[in-house]
Design a protein around this ligand. Sequence first.
Ligand code: GLP
Length: 241
Amino acid sequence: MEIIKVKDYQEMSERACEFIVEQLAATDQPVFGLATGSTPEGLYECLINKYKTKEVSFADVKTFNLDEYVGISQDDPNSYYYYMNKKLFDHIDIPTANAHLPNGNAADLESECKEYENRIKQVGNVDLQVLGLGLNGHIGFNEPGTPFSSRTHVVELDESTRKANARFFPSLDDVPTKAITMGIDSIMESKAIILLVSGKKKADALAKLMNGAITEEFPASILQKHENVTIIADEEAMSSL
Ligand code: GLP
């Protein structure tokens, strides 16, 4: 794992943006794996600006999001579908059909998971995966205890994750209890990964990821085994290292 130390959230976002821009230049039809949450918002703003100034185009890009809640509608502002459209896709030239998210409202969720895997396989896997880090070490929505061998699946969300995400919902009761997430093995198949970490509250998780044991009890620890991971972390996030 390579670690890039940056000053703050803004610099982390700009550095991550450079990674995407470089990948766009290096690959004819790049496939990006995208994350939600607060962490990548600055990255998406930066990408929109690069598009507006005509530095980049997303016309030949395909994207696959890591995860989606089960049971909230696509036009619910808390769905990741809504988040991605508002924070990125509505502002760039990516063809709608190229931007993929798991469908958390599918009648048959198991088939949806399989179908999502197939769609990723069909394009030859993700070239560059963007990841955030959950406080309990989750990546995507792979909570502690998820087998490293997991593929895209339906998860029961941890109480701690629901609490961490409750800030976006009217109340904790409104936070879904389930989600679809790409599995750990699916994520590990990405050719390259950038993990973005910002803020003091992530410091202990980052220290555990970098120095702790590789264990299913801390899902992000598996990244130690990936051949091409770059962690972009700010000073606060690195304060426990
Ligand atoms: C969320 C998402 C993850 C995200 C993580 C961190 O629950 N499912 O994809 O990376 O938790 O979120 P944040 O960036 O808001 O701290």
